[in-house]
Design a protein. Structure first.
Length: 258
């Protein structure tokens, strides 16, 4: 990771609004990762910032070589193996030859076991409510097969709230025996919405936030259900309407029409 990249990440970190739920989840996720919890499940509505949390934590593990973020939850074991080989390093010929065959899983997991001698291996899978169930089963069986308390692989699943009941409905013994840690990122507290609006306006270089009256904030809270991503979009829309129409006073009606 280059110095320029680290600088950009530090700058980006300073633009994050750390709500009470956000900080609580960050602390719990960090503790679970460092404690080598086998399976961690992080859920939250779209726009709450759960993927941002996972990516920031992954970036902070700069001294670890084997942490990988999978954006496509539908990938097969073979596709996961290919991406892993590309991230960690070129796979030995026998592993490359096994791709696409019935030995793909066996050779891939043997490869991971060998690489785990160099340090922890952590797989982050986004949008995990849509995860390939065959892949999930294969990973969990591999994790279960490890002797004693040895942790070859840590699995962090990130998804919508429906991910938790989905996993429960699957009744996978290997998952239940892993005693997964479940974390949930909640929307903003009602009293945090106004502060978040001011924070968003500041970080997006908007001129002023004084026209966001309590009535306007209340209307924004209603429409967005306090989800940060939706609050940001509505605030941007309202600001654009104000600028285009030359309004000096922001009313609840303008928010209604934005």
């Amino acid at each position: 990771m280059t110095e320029a990249t680290l600088s950009l990440e530090k700058k980006h970190a300073n633009t994050i609004f750390r709500s009470s739920s956000y900080q609580e989840v960050v602390d719990a996720l960090n503790a679970s990762i460092q404690g080598n919890t086998s399976v961690i499940v992080l859920t939250g509505e779209s726009g709450t910032g759960k993927t941002l949390i996972a990516r920031n934590i992954l970036r902070n593990l700069i001294n670890e070589k084997h942490r990988i973020f999978f954006q496509d939850p539908r990938i097969s074991v073979g596709e996961m193996a290919n991406l892993t080989y590309g991230h960690i390093g070129v796979a030995p010929p026998d592993l490359q030859a096994a791709l696409g065959t019935e030995k793909t899983s066996e050779t891939f997991f043997n490869y991971l076991e060998g690489k785990s001698q160099e340090g922890p291996i952590r797989f982050f899978i986004d949008d995990a409510q849509d995860i390939n169930l065959d892949t999930l089963h294969s990973i969990l069986k591999f994790m279960k097969s490890q002797p004693g308390d040895r942790r070859v692989l840590q699995l962090i699943l990130i998804g919508l709230p429906k991910l938790k009941p989905l996993l429960a409905s699957l009744k996978i013994p290997e998952l239940e025996n892993a005693n997964p840690v479940y974390l949930h990122l909640a929307p903003l507290d009602t009293e945090e919405v106004s502060a978040f609006v001011a924070h968003h306006l500041k970080t997006t270089h908007k001129q002023r936030d004084d026209f966001f009256s309590p009535e306007v904030i209340e209307r924004i809270t209603l429409y967005t259900q306090k989800i940060p991503g939706l609050v940001s979009k509505l605030v941007d829309s309202v600001s654009a309407v104000m600028e285009i129409n030359g309004h000096n006073t922001l009313t609840a009606d303008i928010v209604d029409d934005a």
